[in-house]
Design a protein around this ligand. Sequence first.
Ligand SMILES: Nc1ncnc2c1ncn2[C@@H]1O[C@H](COP(=O)(O)OP(=O)(O)OP(=O)(O)O)[C@@H](O)[C@H]1O
Length: 320
Amino acid sequence: MKRLIFLVNPAAQSGQAAQIWQSFAKYLEQSQLDYQVKISKNAKDIYDWAYLWQKHDSASSTLVIFGGDGSLNEAVNGQLATGVANIAPIAYIPAGSGNDFARANHLLKDQQPAAIIPQLVAKIEQGLATELDIAQVFDRTQKTTEYFVNNLGIGFDAATVAATNDSTIKRFLNYLHLGQLAYFVTLFSVLRTQDTFGVTLRVDGKLVQMNKSYLLTFSNHPYFGGGVNIMPDADSTDGKLDLIVIEKNNMWQLLRTLVSVLKGKHYVLPEVHRYTADKYELISPRLEFGHIDGEELGVHAFELELKSRKHQFFLLKEVE
Ligand SMILES: Nc1ncnc2c1ncn2[C@@H]1O[C@H](COP(=O)(O)OP(=O)(O)OP(=O)(O)O)[C@@H](O)[C@H]1O
């Protein structure tokens, strides 16, 4: 059995992950497993450790990420920043607030180490990795490449992420174990401030212009914002990237559209535009909030190229 290297984000779930980790630490101490634990002290630690592991240690050990979607995003980006040809599969134990990656891929909700660790070890020993879509984003202005496991958003959902991360609401809801509601609660204050913006898209080469975009989200799977099923038909294994753009004509129409999203009846509306494609180009010249896997990208004009690629994970699913 290869050594297991756990990368733990104690700050995930507004710090609740540190408490959950205690039971894992106790379990591991009493086990016969060959393992090492690295607890992140700062944002980007997981990125740096995953980079170094992929470069030097991936043949002799397996990385296990313990945290939320942001932690998994960092690990994948660290691995892929090495530019090596053979990217190793990594294991993931969800312990975040939103957990959209876990939700989309039907991961086990149980957080008892005695239930999780032996199963995960068996998966790793048998080499049973799951291949999933992730997305590659090339920023033409900054000349940088990044990857996301869940979504990249510009406009409304990104402004909501920024407002949520700034607020004490996320901490409070995480304390109540209702972290998945954090985005939903701040959403109402953002409704008052977010304006429409113009965007030019190339979807598999075909030009699309939209002048009243309000919410624009690329995704590998159905969920965003901690459990909103925004693209129910998005498939995380089809090798394609999904996009939804919601336009706003006026506040009443927008509110009706958002209610339709919650009911899963939004696809038929004329202000909802839905694409599934191999690659996209996007130009959004106005200053807008952006986010990637729930991590803020700041306020920018965006000029991006996006496409789908595969990544391998060791995952425990609700139903195997
Ligand atoms: N020791 C640390 N102190 C503070 N922040 C950290 C630390 N380690 C990692 N981080 C940062 O914590 C942030 C949040 O992590 P993560 O996304 O995993 O949890 P979450 O926000 O609770 O979950 P989710 O994204 O599923 O809602 C990430 O931006 C990550 O870089």
